[in-house]
Design a protein around this ligand. Structure first.
Ligand code: GDP
Length: 528
């Protein structure tokens, strides 16, 4: 029995790939996701992921779509099968929905796909998300999108990756022309040309060639583009980084693919290469050492809690990344922090609920548990009572607001709500140090304020007033002999929940000045 279970888990782990797509809004993430799902046969028509994006708040429409197509799609994870692999794409919300959840979701991924607009290059949100992935050392694959439009030269883009993100890159394919001149891409690994025919087509014409000097390319692309390809690739062969699997796995070298998501061009090649090169679910550190995915004993951790935005449903959904073992519906597990057993059945049913109840799930999979208020971000579920996964990282807040209540009589509920939502990781709370105490909230995305306001009213019956403040940076000050008066000039000094000093700055200049004036202090981006 054990041997059988072991083999089953090993087999399931081997075929899984769990990743997130990181990009700046508009780079084409929705489009690329949709094409990937199409290859997986998870959806049959283009436009459904789009439809979902458009009707984001009318979730029921999306559920309807899911039901019809019989796929397991939650608002956070999309799963499909391709060539014997089981692929989990974690959704990292864009722009307006950006929050700490976005960052934390990346902790549940084993690799990342960085999507870049060929014209815009590396953009602000890409940088932030990249850095979080970098810190974890996960492999990062780059897809440079919109090749059917005029963009920057591929060499400039590679240089930008290095300069802005500090990562070396190795092009797996290379554009032959761009924009209106786009003829195709040259696959450097397989020595073949994928011809671009425009429009959305699923069969791509591929021509095997000897190498990039093959006269056949000249016939297809004309002298001008063929010359350019030759020059570029000669230079790359001499001066570029060779493909190095170990470096890719260590997140030190990013394989780069060029294509056009909307034209479904280069997407399949990308997917196939990605599945080959990307790692299967990795182990996670815990109080009992690293937990290997093939460990038979089930374990996992909560990385995200989503409050139900529909007032008729007060419950929340906790997203769990399975780290080891096999999950079975109805199984009993230890809720380690609370020190008690819980059954993962009703009411902690799957998010997929009546649509697609998951009966079994394996390491690398994400499951949604109905949360009647027992989960916090970072909670571990395991078979043994003292297995706790490493704490999830916190992130430096960048947007701040002063919070107060409309009705002073509700102070008790207000404080309770503030406490609970902080614990859940929804917001970070600071109080002004000394004198009259103001409460300041810090977040990384505006949406977090909206969720906070909404939940304070919905769950605690409290109307809050939020006043945006002009701070942009928070730094935790570590200094045994801190002299608070020294910080009052360039910043506002506050304390976090644990009593640590935190300096809030309005701009980088003020922060630099404070650093210069206090050489004995350490300035940390997050709590020590
Ligand atoms: P997201 O915000 O990153 O999810 O981006 P979307 O997938 O919604 O794409 C943003 C816009 O770029 C849409 O108008 C897409 O049709 C367009 N787009 C996506 N991929 C391509 C591409 O390969 N070429 C061109 N020209 N446009 C694209």
């Amino acid at each position: 029995m054990t041997k059988q279970l072991n083999e089953e888990i090993q087999h399931e782990v081997d075929k899984r790939r769990t990743f997130a797509i990181i990009s700046h809004p508009d780079a084409g993430k929705t489009t690329l996701t949709e094409k990937l799902l199409l290859f997986g046969g998870a959806i049959r028509e283009a436009g459904s992921v789009k439809a979902r994006k458009a009707s984001k708040h009318a979730t029921s429409d999306w559920m309807e779509i899911e039901k019809q197509r019989g796929i397991s799609v939650t608002s956070s994870v999309m799963q499909f099968d391709y060539n014997g692999h089981r692929v989990n794409i974690l959704d990292t919300p864009g722009h307006q929905d950006f929050s700490e959840d976005t960052y934390r979701t990346l902790t549940a991924a084993d690799s990342a796909v960085m999507l870049i607009d060929v014209a815009k290059g590396v953009e602000a949100q890409t940088i932030k998300l990249f850095q979080v992935c970098r810190r974890r050392g996960i492999p990062i694959f780059t897809f440079i999108n919109k090749l059917d439009r005029e963009g920057q030269s591929p060499f400039d883009l590679m240089e930008e990756l290095e300069r802005v993100l500090g990562i070396r890159s190795v092009p797996m394919n290379w554009p032959i022309g761009m924009g209106r001149e786009l003829c195709g891409v040259y696959d450097r690994m397989k020595n073949q040309v994928e011809l671009f025919q425009g429009n959305d087509h699923s069969t791509i014409e591929v021509r095997k060639v000897g190498d990039f000097r093959d006269p056949v390319i000249r016939e297809m692309a004309g002298d001008y583009l063929a010359d350019q390809l030759e020059q570029d690739l000669e230079l790359l062969d001499v001066a570029g980084d060779p493909f190095d699997f170990e470096k890719v796995r260590a997140g030190e070298l990013t394989p780069v693919f060029f294509g056009s998501a909307v034209n479904n061009f280069g997407v399949q090649t990308f997917l196939e290469n990605f599945l080959q090169l990307a790692p299967k679910p990795a182990s996670r550190n815990s109080t009992s050492g690293p937990v290997e995915p093939t460990n038979e004993k089930f374990s996992g951790y909560v990385f995200k809690i989503q409050a139900n935005m529909n007032p008729a449903h007060r419950d929340r959904i906790a997203f769990l990344r399975i780290v080891s073992g096999r999950f079975e519906r109805g199984m009993s597990v230890k809720h380690v922090r609370m020190g008690k057993d819980i059954k993962l059945a009703q009411p902690q049913q799957f998010l997929a609920q009546d649509r697609d109840i998951v009966e079994a799930a394996y390491p690398g999979d994400i499951i949604g548990l109905f949360d009647p208020g027992i989960f916090r971000i970072g909670d571990s579920l395991a078979m043994s009572k003292d297995l706790e996964f490493d704490e999830l990282p916190t992130f430096s807040p960048e947007i701040f607001a002063k919070v107060s209540i409309k009705n002073a009589l509700k102070k008790k509920q207000y404080e309770k709500g503030l406490d609970q939502l902080t614990e859940e990781g929804t917001i970070q709370v600071f109080t002004t140090a000394g004198g009259f105490e103001d409460t300041i909230l810090g977040v990384v995305g505006q949406l977090q304020f909206e969720v906070f306001e909404y939940r304070m009213k919905g769950e605690y019956g409290v109307d809050v007033i939020l006043q945006r403040m002009t701070f942009q940076f928070a730094r935790w000050i570590v200094d045994d002999n801190i002299d608070p008066s020294k910080y009052r000039i360039n910043s506002t000094l506050v304390k976090d929940k644990k009593g640590n000093y935190v300096a809030l700055f309005e701009n980088e200049y003020a922060m630099r000045t404070a650093m210069d004036k206090n050489p004995t202090s350490k300035f940390l981006e997050t709590a020590p």
